[in-house]
Design a protein around this ligand. Sequence first.
Ligand SMILES: [Zn+2]
Length: 482
Amino acid sequence: MGVERKRWSEAFSEWYNEVIETAGIQDKRYPVKGMNIWLPYGLRIMRNIERIIHSEMERTGHNEVLFPALVPETEFQKEAEHIVGFEDEVYWVTHAGRDPLDVKLVLRPTSETAMYSMFSLWIRSHADLPFKVYQIVNVYRYETKHTRPLIRVREISRFFEAHTAHDSFEDAEKQIKEDLEIFDNVAKALALPYIVSKRPEWDKFPGAYYSVGAEVMMPDGRTLQIGTMHNYRQNFAKAYDIQYETEDGEHEYVHQTTFGMSERLLAATIGIHGDDRGMVLPPEVAPIQVVIVPIPKKDASVDVFAYAEDIADELRKAGFRVHVDERDIRPGRKFYDWELKGVPLRVEVGPRDVAGRKAVLARRDTLEKFEVGRDELVDAVRKTLDDVQKSLFERASQLLSSHIKRVETVEEAKEVFEDRRGIVEIPWCGSEECGLRMEEELDAKMLGTPYPEEKAREGTEGKKCPICGREAKFIARFARTY
Ligand SMILES: [Zn+2]
């Protein structure tokens, strides 16, 4: 019996919506569209992801803060591009009880406008810089497109946002590099390969000098953005008057950056590693890494439950997250449940295993089963979980690389989107006009140019922009996106 991925790849959208519910991630029956309920198992996975984020923030000297969810209209309107970018998708609080408010309040769609008037009070001198804070909170955006759990929602309930201020553009640039390194560590824990692109001018974050986004490849050939980094230069500092005193006693505006992630990290993890039986969780974030299933037989004289508990104790002492399934239901039913929930490793113990001092291990990713002696069990579990983590990354890397196609003409690009979709890389002159034309002809979005910037020109030599025929300056990436 091999790994079936037919439904997962051919009817991914249905597969995804179903698994979100049946595996206990979220319930989407809450009576506000696009606002879903976290179920215990889903929340446990998300908390494990957040633990990695918190530890990365600590490692890199970011301090955690918590800002209010409401922002006065007067603050919200200070940065001109930002307000234009968000005005169609914010929720307003206009009344308190029956009385209209003097100053309306915005339910934050992101927290720049909540934070930066406070930054102007907190940041006084060069000694306060770099200033690095973050929070994980809920933000609200009135999405008009079709909503989808964890991916496109009106309440992003686990929105991570890091905000930094620096004394120079160069120092802010260093921050973007650090963000990419943090992102890489998070993605590795989730076994997610990704690409990074610098967004085109017309698609950067409202108010940013430039934006960089990280995308993963979902099984249906569409990309999902799971991380963004923005360099604001001094745009917000000028709007919110965030100045510091230099060593020479001058007053200068700070340079700012932000870095964002969300529960889309979980959506990518569920989507990319799954198969027809359900989720396959990377061991690093699985709430249960090993499930032990005792298989009692009638009339057997040995106690499989005691044997299972003994194994569980030893594994817990070795640092693993272990659960013993002692429910009084058939083993087949238990296997089904834990496979759906994506537990990376199952240990089966029956009377013969007790007698022979052994156990059967079953990997969730490959569905392979093998016998291990009781004394070698801890080592075998450790090795197998490491292996699952690595194999998931490799399998996902193949999914990503097999979906990236470099082409030279619009016709070739169209063929990619007609067939298996994916990411098209095509020479581009760099003009907005040609970029938008390609978006229209391909009915796809320009993700941007490969990042870091030295990669953006690789392979453009002697190539022409297929729209205008001028010399290509960049490689541009296009994809159908979530
Ligand atoms: Zn062109």
